[in-house]
Design a protein around this ligand. Sequence first.
Ligand code: AOF
Ligand code: ZN
Length: 377
Amino acid sequence: MTPHAATADPHRIDPDRVRRLLDHAVRIAVRGHGGAEPNPMVGCVIATAGGAVIAEGFHRRCGGPHAEIEALRAAGERARGAVALVTLEPCAHRGRTGPCADALIDAGVSQVLYAVPDPNPLARGGAARLREAGVAADHVPHAGALELARPFLKRVTTGLPWVTAKWAQSVDGAIALANGDSKWLSCGRSRRMVHRERGRVDAILTGIGTVIEDDPQLTPRGVRVQRMPRRVVFDPEVEIPIESRLCDGTARTTLLVGATLDRAAEGRLAMLRARGVDAVALGADDRIEPALRTLAGQGVSTVLVEAGGGVVGRLVAEGLLDEAWVFVAPLVVGDGLAQRPARGMERSILAEIPRGRLLAVRRRGEDALLQFRFGTA
Ligand code: AOF
Ligand code: ZN
């Protein structure tokens, strides 16, 4: 078959089979979560023209081989004439590795199906490069692959990290009693899941109220740690007690502080800096977005928010919240003064409040985990 004939017939594999192979590529890509970032999680399946799987690979860690390279290595000679299905358009650049487009051409792959075009100005253009070399390269949109690429797409297109807030609540929406007692709303299985996630993100964001109230460590414990998250505290007036556990040097701690500080706050900050704590400036009116932008520039691509309603409410108000993981525990608090997961906004028209989407509903012991996605990023 000539290359042109291949281009004219993009779906030689049955479309339903293509979708299932891409589903599979997404599943294997997720194994790179915590290792791949700030790069995207990417999965690649090499299949015969009939749709049988020959080999697979995923991007394990930033700086390591891309998914296509892993899959091509596993396929060896069997890649010749085969079809490569990738969750992201193969790269065309020589960065820490690459270019994958060239590796696919050299391996003799006859067709490449990719689910999401790569918008990264440094890496994009792989599909065009493949076509120039006579390899059919087709964009096959796939919802799961798009979901997978969202954090990466957001960082590349907006310069902001991916922000996920998690909280545990009662059936009637309380995250703590009025006196602050919240131990423990969710079950052990839910809490383990949170520790696992802590060990996969670049930063954990909390608020000064939570630090004063709970003196948390915010470190991943009892799980495999892929990366030690930076602990970030929204603390506009530098109120963090110097003896708090976040200042003990276990992991990096960063304060988000007001753009202008009075002399007393400057003095406290100087003492904290001597302890190894650093600071990033908030915007006017303590807006969080400029601080998140600075953090992204420092390599923070994913943020897990474990904070009270004040910080979560600010993130919502600024449109910075991408995902919410809500663990709903089987109890009804029934106290109107109990604490709530987000506050601080004045609302009068329900229809004007933006709606997200339900990503997943999962069972964790006796808790329900609801995962929501917001915004279009
Ligand atoms: C691919 N396959 O598995 C991934 C890609 O720093 P580098 O050299 O690893 O390049 C990172 C960029 O390459 C990243 O920003 C994105 O545009 C692309 N990632 N491309 O062909 C992969 N992870
Ligand atoms: Zn690549």
